[in-house]
Design a binder for this molecule. Structure first.
Ligand code: R5P
Length: 309
């Protein structure tokens, strides 16, 4: 089976960089639209091939998800030998449980739809919740960009720095960043989709510079609240914020620019064009994804690339 990279429209630059690392040309895909906005992607032949469809489901999340489902179905109906959905940022992952009755479990709905459309394996990078694996009826490979981001932070990190998890959900991530540093945790309550309240912090930040880490920055409200709590509790500065996924919606760039943060480091799981208002350091996940795809293609283990290793 030949290895084929099928790029969705959500991040063609990343798909191109992955294909280049793998020394292959991306498969030509054309995204037609009906006048009412309905999408109809057309994929060049992939019969018998080992296909990797690259599509992060960032904003507009639902459009990118539907396009991904259509691409998977197109590859399956064309007779692809094996189909892997590579979804570096997995939208709907935050809906991994019902917060109150009447809500859906959106992550499960998205996972079921991928499998039903033809995905035989799913590759993601630092998803919001590791519960995603248990929700999927197909194998899920959870890669992590933390080592690459940690390496990018390293030059700025003094020995007395403390790694701050802006909420309980980020503690595991913070521990991964901080195998040698101390971790503090902010208690955060989400009030609405774009507002949060952070009041307390567990751990010692007084007199120390802080590194705030999270899986994603959406509106920037969480980072803003965590920064305020760190400074209110005597942290000397927030030297850097690191998050794998830079969604940066709803005025996030302006919000972050107004904070006393020296640097924001993220990756290119999502295109970063829309964040031009903010000076971001963007580390590419293309080498990580290309390495994983190459190993999957050759049926080799992913040791060293996975979140759990
Ligand atoms: C939620 O728990 C996530 O890990 C992030 O903290 C959250 O999605 C960030 O959103 P925002 O930037 O809008 O606060």
């Amino acid at each position: 089976m030949g290895l084929r990279i099928v790029p969705g429209s959500a991040n063609t630059v990343l798909a191109g960089a992955i294909a280049k690392s793998l020394d292959t040309e991306p498969v030509t895909c054309k995204l037609d639209r009906f006048p009412d906005g309905e999408m109809r992607p057309v994929v060049n032949p992939v019969r018998g091939d080992d296909v990797y469809v690259i599509q992060p489901t960032g904003p507009p999340v639902s459009d990118h998800l539907i396009e991904l489902l259509l691409l998977l179905d197109a590859c399956r109906r064309d007779g692809a030998g094996r189909i892997t959905a590579v979804v570096p940022y997995f939208g709907y992952a935050r809906q991994d449980r019902r917060g109150r009755s009447g809500e859906p479990v959106g992550a499960r709905v998205a996972a079921d739809a991928l499998a039903a459309s033809g995905a035989q394996c799913l590759v993601v990078v630092d998803p919001h919740s590791a519960a995603l694996e248990a929700m999927c009826g197909i194998p899920v490979e959870i890669l992590t960009a933390v080592p690459a981001l940690a390496e990018a932070l390293a030059p700025d990190v003094p020995g007395d720095a403390v790694v701050v998890a802006p909420d309980l959900g980020a503690v595991k991530l913070a521990k991964h960043y901080a195998s040698l540093l101390q971790v503090a945790v902010v208690r955060k309550t989400r009030l609405t989709g774009a507002t949060v309240r952070a009041e307390e912090i567990a751990g010692h930040v007084a007199g120390r510079p802080a590194i705030i880490v999270d899986d994603m920055i959406s509106t920037g409200a969480t980072i803003e609240a965590a920064t305020q709590v760190v400074l209110a509790h005597g942290g000397t500065s927030v030297i850097v914020v690191a998050a794998t996924h830079g969604l940066l919606v709803g005025g996030a760039a302006r919000r972050l620019r107004g904070l006393p943060i020296r640097r924001v480091v993220t990756t290119d799981t999502l295109p970063q064009g829309r964040s031009a208002a903010l000076a971001l350091q963007v580390e590419s996940v293309a080498p990580l994804l290309a390495d994983a795809i190459s190993r999957l293609h050759h049926n080799q283990p992913l040791a060293g690339l996975l979140a759990r290793t």
